[in-house]
Write a protein that binds this ligand. Sequence first.
Ligand SMILES: NC(=O)C1=CN([C@@H]2O[C@H](COP(=O)(O)OP(=O)(O)OC[C@H]3O[C@@H](n4cnc5c(N)ncnc54)[C@H](O)[C@@H]3O)[C@@H](O)[C@H]2O)C=CC1
Ligand SMILES: O=C(O)C(=O)[C@H](O)COP(=O)(O)O
Length: 380
Amino acid sequence: MTNTANVSPSLTIVADENIPGLETWFADLGSITRVPGRNLTRAQLAQADILLVRSVTRVDRALLEGTPVRFVGSCTIGTDHLDTAWLEQQGISWSAAPGCNANSVVEYVFCVLAALDVDWRGRSFGIVGCGNVGGSLQRKLHALNVRCKIYDPWLTDNPDAADLESVLQQDVVCLHAPLVKDGAHPSHHMIDQKALAAIKPGAVLISAGRGAVIDNAALLSLLEESHPFTCVLDVWENEPDISLDLLDRVDLGSPHIAGYSHDGKLAGTRMIREAVSEALSLPSAPSANSESPARQPVTTGKRDFAAIRALLLAIYDPRADDQRLRAAAEQARTGKQSMAVAFDLLRKQYPKRLEFSHYNNDAPQLDTVTRKQLAILGLK
Ligand SMILES: NC(=O)C1=CN([C@@H]2O[C@H](COP(=O)(O)OP(=O)(O)OC[C@H]3O[C@@H](n4cnc5c(N)ncnc54)[C@H](O)[C@@H]3O)[C@@H](O)[C@H]2O)C=CC1
Ligand SMILES: O=C(O)C(=O)[C@H](O)COP(=O)(O)O
């Protein structure tokens, strides 16, 4: 990283208004204009050197051609909204924030299972897509002595590697693949009618990668006919204008917030600042306050899995997200607010969610095994 501390750049930065920590990480570089990311226009970039986005902004020729933008940073893991081939062809540097909110998604998975009262210790897991998110989930499951199989066409030497069909036949199936539309292993509609039929009765399906990995029309028609498995969707086709009929039929739904821990969002902003410093030879990122705040206690009088469940839900309960999404759908049905507007508003006004590492378990009655399992999950 270049350290040019006595240079004071004066760059024009245009950023999605939903990126936290901009003042901390970018104010030293120049002026920051915050804009709604969903409707960003080329005209808003007429003076911009740096564009900072989230997943809701399609970044391509139509947005950037003729603008002075020389760096695009996406404070997200996913990159399917960036036309990276075009950016590279134009010599525009870009970066996403790999892994920034992976732990948030893993915690979401365990909290979803806690909300459904599914004791993961006696189940087998199938993980589709085993990168930062799926890999971290796999490591935690191994540490908890839970069996898992993974399907990731690029990781065939993974000890748990299996074909898609056998992964779909596990008790809990977690989808963490990126949205890929071409190449050797496209994931778009990878979970189609046939794949959905392979999921075993009584299983739990959790989709927290990208909505279009599941063919949502096929899922809806299956759930209209019967309810063979528990279905949990954080991501949807056609976000933010999601299918109200599908929402009606899933067991838990949320507005694409699995990765929305406060920690994950801030990590995304910080990583992009590091990337912009590197790409444009700018001063290093300002040093952040490295003091970690004291852990907050969470408590329960329960024991064993009931205690794990209670503690996790005290930290984050996905049923609250589900209720807010269903309330928004009700408003959309009565014409008070469109689903698309409501979906984005839920994301914009998302409550501050801290990861497990901010808490400590204050339940003295717990036995050593339960304590160890909580520690593996990140709750000391
Ligand atoms: N719901 C949410 O809030 C969030 C969703 N995401 C989504 O989750 C995705 C995965 O995140 P990471 O694990 O951090 O990404 P990653 O890039 O670290 O890993 C993705 C893995 O998926 C594999 N993969 C690619 N094509 C596949 C296919 N057709 N079938 C199965 N696996 C395939 C890759 O080989 C790679 O190992 C992101 O691309 C993003 O779209 C990420 C963060 C938050
Ligand atoms: O990091 C990703 O990839 C995600 O899916 C983000 O958590 C989504 O957040 P937004 O960028 O859509 O706010």
